[in-house]
Design a protein around this ligand. Sequence first.
Ligand code: PEP
Length: 251
Amino acid sequence: MRKNIVAGNWKMNMTLPEGVALAKELNEKLKSAETNCDVIIAPPFTHLASIVAVVDTNRIKVAAQTCSNKVSGAFTGEVSPDMVKSTGATAVILGHSERRQFFGVTDEQVKEKVDLVIERGMTPIVCIGENLEQREKGIYFDVIGTQVKKALFHLNPDDFRKVILAYEPVWAIGTGKTATAEQAEEVHSFVRKLIASQYGTQVADDTTILYGGSCKPSNARELFSQPDVDGGLIGGASLKADDFMGIITAF
Ligand code: PEP
């Protein structure tokens, strides 16, 4: 059975005291909430260890927003998978469109990062998604299919089962423009079929595929009600505990 998950990507927001305060607030609210999903938060690197220390990590998993594709060495400014793991974080977002767009991250690098993150016993949350031009040209299945195959299809079935996927149409990220539930379902179901073609229907059925892109309390329920949408990767709306809780409780 696949898991429902709501994950918050804080991006480059929040000072350390602000981030710790938000994590504590969320931790408190979750104690008394009826929920039907796992919760992940992805603060900046600088906050990971402090946040792991103040949340119940059985209830809130802590993730990094990226990591290096290198193990160690002369890579100034990079943060290795081992460093992430040593903070107590248990997952890493990989291939987010902002990393691809602004920092030149390639599918090949995402693949290398996926391997290192799995080797370290952490969970890769792998982002895929088309930009507006690709959507308008009608080539989004090709784009997404290529991203999935290049980053993940070298994995054996056991390792593939450790992956969480996040479909994030780039045109919907931070734009206030959400994909309709039908648009999200169309891609999620395509991705699940693609996984089935490589790993079989059982693995495909067990894979969690999140939707990301201007998801908020007002649209989460409709998106999450789609058969192949197993939760959300949430940017802006994860920065306020009430909004994030509104999405978590949408299940
Ligand atoms: C994201 O960047 O992962 C994201 C989904 O952002 P937002 O919710 O702000 O669109």
